[in-house]
Design a protein around this ligand. Structure first.
Ligand SMILES: Cc1ncc(COP(=O)(O)O)c(C=O)c1O
Length: 374
């Protein structure tokens, strides 16, 4: 089936007990045993499994083309489980251009715990190749990256990982399965902050992992960490993410069209120093974007002339955009990234990150025009 059809039907059909077309929300934490002591209906206790979460997990696996998926209480809970699945003494390669929480988690939690880590600019494969060691077990990729929209050649990283017997995990939050299909490019794990596009309405905090193979030793370990670590997606959050998925293809197309229009406008504005958007032919890695992305997505960043103060002043003058962190929802958001990320940030002080929403693109452009002046 094509992705639009998959998204509408993934993970559920009419409820067998009642005929309900929209899937039920199961809040029960505990489930009745059969008279002989068995649990033939498959559910025992909600941390282990819950029918609403199971419905979402089936949908996530179908959507990314994986064999199994796990839904978590946040994107970071999902990321955390991947690193936690490794053993002290293992080596990981982590991107320097990424959601700042990912390298921070490895540096602050997993290095003291015994993981070895290399932090790499993954815009070139040579840098990745030079970083891997005999004990490298995981290469983490984020493409396009937060907030500079740098790209990494996923298939190229997979080839390097295979040579040393490492797995590849891709944070696919910004691209979504509509924009990029990491498992088809050979990656082993896809991670999502489903807080963003998959739910799509700024009202859920949740995360996901999808694995290419259910039967190797990775999935049972992640499943164990989900159950015993306990950072599961709550039933209502799972239900909201599953609902968001049904409209994902159409939202992503509109986000992309709007972002492209905004990026083209900004590129020609005299108050703008640089625009970062993978769909622009002027993006230094546009060739990778064309090769591995099907949609360029709704995220773009702009560097304005005049430094930090002018960036903050520009954001303050906007009326349609909301000044807020996060991304991937119906409303356009803008954020001064350096001041959120703190002293280790790689975001330039004059950079504003934009999550381009589903408003009319001309209203967004008019708003940017009045804020930038000229
Ligand atoms: C690319 C990316 N990965 C991971 C995360 C973390 O997700 P969450 O906030 O759901 O824990 C974010 C959040 O902004 C993100 O943008």
């Amino acid at each position: 089936m094509r992705i639009e059809t998959l998204c509408v039907h993934a993970g559920h059909g009419p409820d067998s007990a009642t005929g309900a077309v929209s899937p039920p929300l199961y809040l029960s934490t505990t489930y009745e045993r059969d008279t002989d002591g068995e649990f033939r209906r498959g559910f025992v206790y909600a941390r282990d499994a819950n029918p609403t979460r199971a419905m979402l997990e089936r949908a996530l696996a179908e959507l990314e083309g994986g064999e199994a998926a796990l839904a978590w209480s946040s994107g970071q809970a999902a990321t955390n489980a991947v690193f936690q699945s490794l053993r002290p003494g293992d080596h990981v390669v982590v991107p320097v251009f990424a959601y700042y929480g990912t390298p921070q988690l490895v540096r602050e939690v997993y290095e003291p715990w015994g993981l070895q880590a290399s932090y790499v600019d993954m815009r070139t494969l040579d840098a990745v190749r030079n970083a891997v060691r005999d004990n490298t077990r995981l290469i983490w990729v984020e493409s396009p990256s937060n907030p500079l929209l740098t790209l990494t050649d996923i298939a190229g990283v997979v080839e390097i990982a295979r040579d040393v017997g490492a797995r590849v995990a891709v944070d696919n939050t910004w691209a979504t399965p509509l924009g990029q299909r990491p498992l088809e490019l050979g990656a082993d794990i896809v991670m999502h902050s489903t807080t963003k596009y998959l739910s799509g309405h700024s009202d859920v905090l949740s995360g996901a992992l999808v694995v290419r193979e259910r039967d190797d030793d990775l999935f049972p370990r992640l499943r164990l960490l989900q159950k015993e670590g306990g950072a599961i997606a709550a039933p209502f959050d799972a239900w909201l993410v599953a609902r968001g998925i049904r409209t994902l293809p159409w939202r992503m197309r509109a986000h992309t069209a709007n972002a492209m229009a905004v990026a083209l406008f900004l590129q020609s504005h005299p108050a703008v120093e640089a625009v970062h958007y993978p769909g622009l032919v002027t993006h230094p890695q546009h060739e990778i974007a064309r090769r591995q992305m099907h949609l360029y997505g709704g995220m773009a960043s702009v560097q304005v002339r005049g430094g930090r103060s002018e960036a903050l002043a520009t954001a303050a003058r906007l009326r349609v955009f909301t000044r807020a962190t996060s991304l991937g929802a119906v409303e356009s958001l803008i954020e001064h990234r350096a001041s959120i990320e703190g002293s280790a940030t790689r975001a330039p002080e004059n950079l504003l990150r934009m999550s381009i929403g589903l408003e009319h693109h001309e209203d967004l452009i008019d708003d940017l025009q009045q804020a930038l002046g000229g």
